[in-house]
Design a protein around this ligand. Structure first.
Ligand code: SP5
Ligand code: ZN
Length: 342
């Protein structure tokens, strides 16, 4: 399997995040992509290509123009306000406040274009975000060009980013961009299977009223897990999208036995949908030793996930999302890919 990777992700570094009332180094760090990059060679998965340059047009097919424009302006504005370090939001237009008018100051804009404090920007973030987007589109091009599968080693990840907001380490929704790109380039239907531990709220929001993208999401029950405010089983899509969004919330402590049954059900739904392409939002924060998650999957299970997905026999694009047990995420993520190929 061919992979696409850009070292431009390294500019998105030194970020901090809020955990239990304290500012700590962000779990979403450059070494994540570096471990995976090294593991690809370690197991001989296949060639690793650099992304081709892309304009932001494909991003604008799923994201609002003012949001994408903001992502590019945010850190320069932060600096112009005399700040340095990590740009982090702290005020949000929740119920009872004005969320209908874009504000002016960088403090307000950060909150207006986010749903949590978890998507932070530093000097090199925007270039890294664009590189991650280009990685996804370049890998999508490989699949469109006839490869049976490809791996987009995206960093930063994307599945929490919605049409007009960032959050949860995510800025541009790489998987959503790729799905729309396939549709704009000849595909009639695309399925997205999101196996990250966290609900892909951004992907769900983007496609919620659409019947040309089936969104299947396996994740920690939002009743007790981030992102808390979306991802329940009764969210099934709306309008002509009704029936084309499927959530599988599962409790803390979920083992592969139970998780794998949900995967089987999701794969059956994907097969019945008969998509032209399958996208896998590949998070490996389901691992038992993940520092911020609570499922109990073991390293031996990841190749089984890949093998189950391969049984669908669909052109498949894997897009990297989360996973924070740093050295092990490489073994587990690449384990899915080798399991797919075997
Ligand atoms: C792409 C992705 O996986 N984003 C995840 C963002 C999660 N952010 C909130 C994490 C809350 C962690 N609570 C941790 C308790 C740790 N002991
Ligand atoms: Zn996650």
């Amino acid at each position: 399997m061919k992979s696409v990777y850009s070292e431009r992700h390294k500019g998105h570094a030194g970020n901090v995040e809020l955990v239990a009332g304290a500012i700590v180094p962000a779990f979403e760090m450059p070494s994540r992509a570096e471990f995976i990059r090294a593991r690809i060679d370690g197991v001989g998965l296949g060639p690793v290509l650099s992304p081709q340059a892309h304009t932001l047009d494909a991003a604008l097919r799923v994201h609002k123009p003012d949001f994408i424009d903001f992502l590019g302006r945010a850190y320069p504005m932060w600096k112009a306000a005399g700040r340095e370090g990590t740009a982090m939001p702290f005020t949000w237009p929740t119920r009872g406040l004005r969320g209908d008018r874009p504000p002016e100051s960088i403090e307000a804009l950060l909150g207006y274009y986010s749903f949590d404090a978890g998507a932070t920007l530093v000097e090199g973030s925007w270039d890294a975000i664009k590189s991650s987007y280009e990685v996804a589109l370049t890998a999508a091009g490989l699949v469109k060009g006839g490869e049976k599968s490809a791996f987009a080693l995206c960093r930063p990840p994307g599945h929490h980013a919605g049409s007009g907001f960032m959050g949860g380490y995510c800025f541009i929704n790489n998987a959503a961009v790729a799905a729309q790109w396939f549709l704009d380039n000849g595909a009639r239907k695309v399925a997205i299977l999101d196996v990250d531990y966290h609900h892909g709220n951004g992907t769900q929001e983007i496609f919620y009223e659409r019947d040309d993208v089936l969104v299947l999401n396996l994740h920690g029950d939002p009743a007790n897990e981030y992102p808390f405010f979306l991802g329940f089983a009764d969210e099934k899509g709306a309008g002509k999208g009704e029936g084309f969004n499927v959530n599988y919330p599962m409790p803390a402590g979920t083992t592969f036995e139970v998780w794998g049954a949900a995967l089987d059900d999701a794969c059956a739904k994907a097969a019945a949908y008969r998509p032209d392409v399958l996208l896998v939002s590949l998070g490996v924060d389901t691992f038992e030793k993940d520092p911020i998650s609570a499922f109990k999957l073991k390293t031996e299970h990841y190749p089984l996930i890949g093998a189950r997905i391969a049984k669908l026999g669909l052109p498949t694009l894997f897009v990297m999302e989360g996973g924070y047990a740093v050295a092990e995420i490489a073994v587990n993520a690449v384990g899915v890919l080798t399991g797919f190929e075997d």
